[in-house]
Design a protein around this ligand. Sequence first.
Ligand code: PHB
Length: 388
Amino acid sequence: MKRYLKALATAAFLSVAMQGHAVADTIKVGVIAPFSGPFAIYGKQFQEAINVYVSQNGTKAGEHTVEFIYKDSGGPKPDVAKALAQELLIKDRVDYLAGFVFTPNALAVAPLLNKAKRPAVIFNAATSIITTKSEYFTRVSFTLWQTAVPLAKWAYEQGMRTVVTAVTDYAPGKDGEDAFKDTFEKLGGKVIDQIRMPLSTKDFSPFLQRIKDKAPDAIFGFLPAGPPTFAFVKAYNENDLKGSGIQFLGTGETDETNLKALGDSAIGITTSYHYSGSHDSDKNREFVGKLKEMYPDSVANLASVGAYDGTHVLYTMIAAAGKDAGKAMEAVKGLTWESPRGPVSIDPKTRHITQNIYIRKVAKDDNGMLINKEFQTIPNVPDLGLQQ
Ligand code: PHB
């Protein structure tokens, strides 16, 4: 009898212990990004950086196996992003979402996250308000407030007093415009004209001519990094704004995937950003080295570091919580790690990344390659947009 009771107790104990113990699962992550169209470079950069992380860390996060499923949003298309998120959550039964290049796409998915209770890691979309739209969002890229405020301060310190802002006419452009103007004018500078350019614009010459006519000390520009930024910087050079003494201030306009094609005319352009492919640290050298080893023709840029760090965040959540979304979000709040961009943490209140912001100028490195050379560091900057 005694023996029987003991066996029963052991069985009960084992059953309770097994319930409390997370089962090793395959955890699916749905990545939504453009893999076709003018912004296809983002999908490529994301996928390569995820593969770099997986090759360094394996396919397991804790005891769970991680599987990535990629879906092509084609570009800034909120309806497509929403339909893809629905498909991933319902049909593919993914446990996490990730990616999101464009603000409208991320915003379109927020209500679905709230309903399905699934975490999503934003690799890029950069309007401050996004993370307030779902408690399941966390973001590892940057915001326009985070980058434009330090840039406006730097411009004022350099003696610039008049600026024209020229931004793409959608949410992140508006954030960039507000952040720059608010900071620059509080210091005593003046934004003498504000230009909003349609997302579909390809010919920037009329806008740059208008800026030239105003003759400000500098232009502050924001366009979504990729083909538009390339065309804009090219038009800045071709309309000889530099020759007229109008400095270029921006964020992602001199993205590493654009630099080679921009050529020497990009030298001297000043940007404020969270990552340079040439960031001087062992961690970055290790990351860029592995990327080059796996994809010899690739260069590391904002999208690469967003996906690489985003995968680190996903692995941390999955290892800690498996499929438990609430627990996963708790695991990410206050998380700190060393990124290829420098030391970073996730602000527990906003779920957005706190990081160094670097003021950079396009210059040549020792091998004659064009790089974004960091020359000033503003440490531990949170998303200043959510503090307004
Ligand atoms: C955005 O839509 O939030 C966005 C897209 C591309 C960028 C920055 C922001 O380079």
